[in-house]
Design a protein around this ligand. Structure first.
Ligand SMILES: [Zn+2]
Length: 991
């Protein structure tokens, strides 16, 4: 038995699928477990997780997750977490509360940086200071505010925001309905009405009970030396002894018969446009099934494939049955949930009228019974198996570090006493499934039968709009505060006022420089002086360009086709807003040769997917009103063997798409509308931002037309297209295709292993030759009625001050200006200054003191657009005032050298963000299109590295224009909006 740094080696395994040697260690003195993955990934990950079963709905686990990062024994500053964000090269830094665990992961490609992050995180979880004021700041407090007593707190507002989203509420309710007897029946995030029940003692006791090494799961991943990992953790655990922490997560006893839950969700009763009857079409219904434990690998992978098979793509039989029924607008439910001890599956419809709700459940069961009885077509199974297998092999975690994904996968077994290794591999399980299918076993038919149709442990959850709900919740909160006031008496309320003052004083007092200096960090001299470059080779092929990036892609070809929207915008600008839906049409309308079902299946069988997107950006160095770069991009990926199939697919969809199916088109419009509505509340800041940018640059306007409120309004209008209007819409779609699909000015972006590139590029060249040489115009009705037609620029109908009402207890506040138009000369110091504002002034004023869940600023280097934004914010007026005072905070800032250095390091971290090969290839394409070339980016790096206080203050001075000339958009609650607005504001409804 090997012993090293107090750890005993329990088991070691090679996991060939991820090129990793994995070892499980046990800390002798405390019983802590440590899983160590050694491989070649430079994006190193560390995480520590604890089992944290919540005792109630007060959100104690979640509030503690926020609070441990607010000062610890060795780092006694207000927010070490923020200091790390300011000045590290981290590629990931966050913390998550799950229904049964709390995870603290960090990642960095720089080893010294990773060690700094680990040291601060370990001290935070094991030795947090947790004074009462932190609970009051991060959790909840009652505070007198302009005469009235009100509740405040960061988590309280975060959860009010979450509970305002019907889709979030639906998933919480679905989970709770299946697990009434376990911790999964509680909301670990915190029910906004229960959060004020949490006492300081309860908060402290929860930390004492669960944040012990005996209940800890340490994780490492990457190319750093294993021995140093053990040494570091051993040192951090000094002083702890063994302890048996009772934190097992029990299994939910099986139901003997299905259950039903009916619940209301809030809709704004007073919002303009919320007419009676409209709300009727907004009910949701999902059916939920309890499934085996996530650690059962065979069941786990089988169910992942089953999910892809049933609802993965529009052609999937269950999804198709639900959509084709016309009973609702889009499918609802989270699909397969894999991150709890027991898996569950949840599916249904949203946008259903109340009278038709009772038809949804029979529809779901009818579709499943048909599959189980008649059998599933081989092609459908093949498509599902290929999609899941492609995703496993590609292991594309997007902006998440791969190691973090592996940690979470491992915990699905490890956290419940199972082995941490098995969930990391997949070959054996996948092979077994394929063999059973090859032998003719009706595997998925049987699984549908046993796990779904004959499974009594299921629930049906119905969520219905209820205009009385929000006022009732507000009334309950008022009553509770009134009761509190009675209990406290005059004296007690005075005491709260004193406490509020005291909290504010602490929040406003800067940390002592000697305490801040304790936080370990990199210095600018530790940073590489040069940007890392992405290989890019450009060659013209006739009127097209090919950009090729030689990168290690593990046998996958990534291909982006970027069509120029310039001719379209010049000739028919009103069609711009149709581009995103046109992208959906290419995939989901079918072609002259095959139905959309066959097209979908073909894509799923042969590729890793094809995705359309629109890209709008200003050119580097151009004026905001100059024509922007606008592209329609089709992004596809496949294994090298399937490159020919991918090109055939792309060619057929582009040249032979059938656009004339009105019913299908309306269905797609409805789905896209429902998707945007679902995102509108959780991501209200994106709506706010897009609207702000739309007034400031042409690119911003284009992006808003394609992805902001204008797009949502447009989709609503399209979803109602009448028979009489249809010829006009069809002609518009055909015109769009004619103007768009051409090899003229097309840029094809190829990211592939160097050895495979010559062959791939040759195939690509012959593909391009098959596209039309020039845009074509289509004769026919111009139709696309006046109701749709709006010029693109200058943005019409967007007033300087506007607000959109949503049914939510929180706001998303934004104010913006174009700094280049105000005379600011572009300089890299702006990147540093924006970080100083975001992590200093805005964090303190809007989040810590104002109680918003988030506050930030966006500076677009290419356009000069600058926006202040808040996220899940209880205030509007107060936040706008804070934005207006930001300029002064920066131009008068006494900027200690340490503070400047930290933010320089952080800005370089942004520049050096870690990317997977597909993201590198795509970023390189975008940089090429907008003229942001290596020389310019190197200059940016040098300007960041040499940013000085004078440059920062100059940026602050230019921000004075925000108070004077800034445009305002708010998405939020009617009461807060009315409180802030004057008669110049235009107020309307978003949903
Ligand atoms: Zn949170």
């Amino acid at each position: 038995m090997t012993l090293a740094h107090g750890f005993r080696k329990l088991e070691s395994r090679e996991i060939p699928e991820i090129h990793t040697q994995a070892t499980l260690w046990r800390h002798e003195a405390t019983g802590a477990q440590l899983l160590s993955l050694v491989n070649e990934d430079e994006n190193k990950v560390f995480g520590v997780s604890f089992r944290t079963p919540p005792p109630d709905g007060t959100g104690v686990a979640h509030i503690l997750e926020h609070s441990v990062l607010c000062g610890s024994r060795r780092y006694p500053v207000k927010e070490p977490f923020v200091e790390l964000i300011k000045g590290s090269l981290n590629t990931f830094l966050n913390a998550f509360t799950y229904p049964d665990k709390t995870c603290y992961p960090v990642a960095s490609a720089n080893l010294a940086d990773l060690h700094n992050l680990i040291d601060v995180y370990l001290d935070a979880v094991f030795h947090p200071l947790l004074p009462e004021r932190v609970l009051r700041q991060e959790g909840w407090r009652a505070e007198p505010d302009s005469g009235a007593l009100v509740f405040k707190g960061v988590v309280l507002n975060e959860m009010k925001g979450a509970y305002s989203s019907p889709d979030d509420l639906l998933s919480v309710t679905a989970q709770r309905s299946l697990f009434p007897d376990t911790v999964y029946g509680l909301d670990s995030g915190g029910d906004p009405e229960r959060i004020p029940d949490l006492s300081y003692q309860g908060f402290i006791d929860f930390h004492k009970a669960y944040y012990h090494p005996g209940n800890a799961y340490f994780f490492f991943h990457g190319d750093d030396p294993e021995d140093a990992r053990l040494e570091r953790i051993n040192a951090a655990l000094e002083g702890f002894g063994p302890r048996d922490v009772r934190s097992e997560i029990p299994l939910q006893p099986a139901f003997t018969e299905p259950r039903r839950v009916r619940k209301g969700y809030g809709v704004e009763p007073d919002a303009p446009g919320a007419k009676a009857g409209r709300a009727d079409k907004r009910s949701m219904l999902v059916v939920n099934w309890m499934l085996p434990e996530a650690g059962d690998l065979q069941a786990n992978l089988t169910l992942q494939i089953l999910e892809a098979l049933l609802i993965g793509i529009p052609a999937s039989p269950l999804r198709k049955a639900l959509i084709d029924s016309g009973l609702g607008e889009d499918i609802a439910g989270g699909g397969l949930e894999l991150e709890l001890r027991q898996m569950y599956f949840s599916v249904g419809l949203k946008g259903v009228s109340g009278g038709r709700l009772n038809r949804v459940e029979p529809l779901v069961f009818g579709a499943l019974e048909k599959l189980a009885k008649d059998g599933i077509p081989g092609e459908v199974i093949e498509a599902a198996v290929n999609s899941v297998e492609f995703a496993l092999r590609e292991n594309n975690t997007g902006r998440y570090p791969r190691g973090l994904h592996l940690m979470l996968r491992s915990l699905t077994s490890w956290l419940y006493g199972g082995d941490p290794f098995s969930p990391l591999g997949f070959e054996t399980t996948l092979r077994a499934i394929k063999e059973r299918l090859a032998a003719g076993e009706p595997l998925f038919e049987n699984v549908i039968e046993s796990y779904l149709l004959r499974n009594p442990h299921r629930s049906t959850v119905i969520l219905e709009p209820d205009p009385a709900l929000l006022p009732a919740a507000e009334a309950r909160e008022k009553e509770r505060l009134a009761e509190l006031r009675r209990q406290l008496g005059e004296e007690g309320v005075k005491r709260l006022a004193v406490e509020a003052e005291e909290l504010k004083r602490v929040q406003e007092t800067p940390d002592a420089p000697e305490d801040l200096a304790r936080i370990p960090r990199l210095k600018p001299r530790d940073l590489a002086p040069e940007n890392t470059r992405i290989p890019c080779e450009a060659s013209s092929v006739g009127a097209s360009m090919i950009l090729a990036h030689d990168l290690d892609t593990s046998g996958i070809v990534y291909l982006d086709l970027a069509f120029d929207l310039g001719p379209l915008l010049a000739q028919r600008p009103e069609l711009a807003q149709l581009v995103p839906l046109f992208g959906r049409c290419l995939l989901d309308m079918g072609t002259t040769r095959r139905s959309y079902v066959d097209m979908n299946m073909w894509i799923a069988r042969k590729t890793g997917g094809v995705d359309p997107l629109t890209l709008g950006s200003s050119m580097l160095g151009a004026r905001a009103e100059a024509p922007p770069v606008t592209r329609f991009v089709l992004r596809g990926k496949a294994t090298l063997d399937n490159l020919d199939a991918l090109l055939e697919i792309l060619s057929e969809m582009l040249l032979e798409v059938r656009l004339d199916d009105r019913a299908r088109f309306k269905q797609l419009a409805l789905e896209e509308k429902a998707g945007m509505e679902e995102r509108a509340i959780p991501a209200g800041h994106q709506m706010t931002a897009s609207r702000l940018m739309a007034r400031l640059s042409r690119a911003g306007r284009f992006n808003e037309m394609c992805g902001g409120p204008s797009q949502l309004f447009f989709l609503k209008r399209l979803a109602k297209t009448s028979k009489a209007e249809w010829p006009g819409v069809l002609a518009a779609l055909e015109t769009l295709r004619g103007l768009l699909v051409t090899r003229a000015s097309l840029v094809a972006n190829l990211t592939v292993d160097p050895a495979a590139r010559p062959r791939a590029q040759a195939r690509l060249e012959s593909f391009l030759a098959g596209l039309p040489a020039a845009p074509s115009t289509v004769a026919g009705p111009k139709g696309f009625g006046p109701a749709f037609r709006k010029p693109l620029w200058p943005a019409p109908g967007i007033p300087d001050y506007e607000a959109f009402v949503i049914p939510a207890g929180v706001n998303f506040v934004g104010k913006a200006v174009n700094l280049y138009a105000q005379g600011y000369e572009p300089h890299g110091a702006a990147q540093v200054a924006s970080r100083i504002l975001r992590n200093g002034y805005l964090w303190d004023r809007v989040r810590v003191q104002g109680g918003a869940y988030g506050a930030f600023c966006l500076f677009e280097r290419l356009s000069g657009n600058f926006a202040f934004l808040s996220y899940r914010d209880p205030n509007v007026k107060r936040t706008l005032d804070a934005f207006d005072a930001a300029a002064a905070s920066l131009s008068q800032l006494a900027l200690p050298g340490d503070e400047l250095e930290k933010n320089v390091v952080g800005a370089i971290g942004d520049l050096d963000a870690h990317m997977l090969p597909d993201a590198k290839g795509y970023s390189s394409l975008v940089r090429w299109l907008v003229g942001d070339e290596d020389a310019q980016r190197q200059r940016l790096r040098e300007e960041i590295l040499t940013a000085d206080p004078a440059r920062i203050r100059a940026f602050g001075q230019s921000l004075e224009s925000v108070a004077r000339e800034g445009r305002i958009t708010v998405v939020g609650a009617l009461a807060s909006i009315e409180d802030a607005s004057d008669k110049h504001w235009k107020i309307s409804s978003l949903l």
